[in-house]
Structure formats: structure tokens, C-alpha cells
Design a protein around this ligand. Sequence first.
Ligand SMILES: [Zn+2]
Length: 279
Amino acid sequence: MTQINLLVSTPNLSDDRSKCPFCNEDEHPFPGKKEDNPDYSVVSNPGSLGCEDIADYDADYPWAMAKHHLISAKQCFARLNPIIRMAKMTGYDINGKPNGIGLPTISSKVDYPCDDGTRESYGWGGNSDRKKNIAYKVMTAAKAQWHVGHHSLELEVDPGYEWGDEIDTSTEGHLVKYDVKIVEELIKIMMYWKKPEFDLCNQDSDDDNTDKFIKSMDDLSESIEKKLNCFSSGNPKGSNPLYVSKLAHSYAYESSRQKRSRDGTGLTGPAKKRRRIKK
Ligand SMILES: [Zn+2]
């Protein structure tokens, strides 16, 4: 993580704009793509993500929809200049449909029940237990992570979570931020397509290289979405280490504890099997 943290805290280091981010030769348009005016500013436009509307304003504990970038436009993508340039050259859109998911959140239109039978807003009374109760009820009903507040929080997650082919062998829990994890994955994509053996900019090659970078970005979005969707398949902890809010993180860990205690043994997996064999 140290190397990643260094890269994250000193973003856009060693980006020479006069050189192609793929082949490191002098700047040139991507083969098969027309050259337009290079504008490397990153705009976050949740409206173009085309998220499926998951809002439910009629529920007892209603929710609005947050249009969430699976790969954050500003907190992740915009921090790596070479990847912004790869995207511009190939026509990748950080605000495109593959990078969006709708998640439950609050809005001025929704109120929640109070003890005296009235309804008030989420933040009413500044009571954190009330907020937690609302968030948990919504997550249970919407089967999705509560998207309130920012997601650059540090969260302690179990060791040994799986992410693609990466296996973390550490034996103690460690702290992971959603955004740091995604930047780490973006750096992998960037380094991958820089490899000379791919030679994406080779005009003489018979390969159509135009969509390769875009596909790896869309694949990353898809794998993040799969993780977030573990809330809908009854295994919220499967989202590890990607939680978009602190309450989504605590919900996942508490529901997994509850599941274990309902089970009666307080054990899961191999430990449970061992106990059965003993009997
Ligand atoms: Zn090139």
C-alpha cells in the first residue's frame, strides 16, 4: 500500500504531455480515432451515467437515488493524468453508462417516522442512533449500500478479501479506502497498457486496438458493481473492501455477526465444519 499511497498523495507525477501515454513516443492521435482538441479537464456528470432509477418514495422508510460513479471521476480518475490522456485518445467516457449505479440516499423529499408518530428529515435532532436505524431499514429494503456522505473514509476490513487475482495474505485487518482501492486498480490498468508488447499505437498492426483500453475500464466498473451488488444477494460483506459509506460498512459487519448468532454456533466456514466432525 505504501507505493500506492505515495502515488495517490503525489498524483500525476511524471506525466510528460508531449509524449504518448501508451507508447511514450511523441504525442500523436490514437490509431483509428480522429484527433480533437485535447482537453484534459475531468468533469463529473452523474446525470449522464444513465442509472436505473431505484428510488422508492412510498416506502415507510423511503429513499431517493444517488447516481454513483463506480470509478469516481474526481477522486480517482482525475488524479492520474496519464489515464485521463489514454481516455481522451481512445474515447473513453468516465460519465458513461457502464460506470454508473443507482444507490439509495436521502433527499429533501423524504421524511422518516419519529417516536411521536410525526415524520421528520433524516438529520432531524442530530441523533446518530436515529440515522443509523433509518439507514439500516433502507439498506434492508433497497438491498443496496447507503450512499450518504463521502466515501474516502478509512475502514477496517477483514484480511484475505479477494479482488480479482489478488490475494491478500496479511493476517491482520487493515484499513482500506474505496477511493484508494480504485486508484490502485487504475494504476494497474495504466501500467498494463503501457507495456511495449501491446504496442497499441502500431498503425501497421492488423489488430483493432481502439476498444481495448475502454474494455479494461468497463471491466473494472463491472467488477466494482459486482462487489456493491453483494448487498442484493444477501451477502453484504461480499462488498469488502468497497463501501461507499461508514453505515454501509457497519451494516455489512453487523448483519454478518447476526447471521452467525442466528446460526447458533457463532462459527462459520471451516471452523463450523470442524465442530461438526468432532460431534
Ligand atoms: Zn502512442
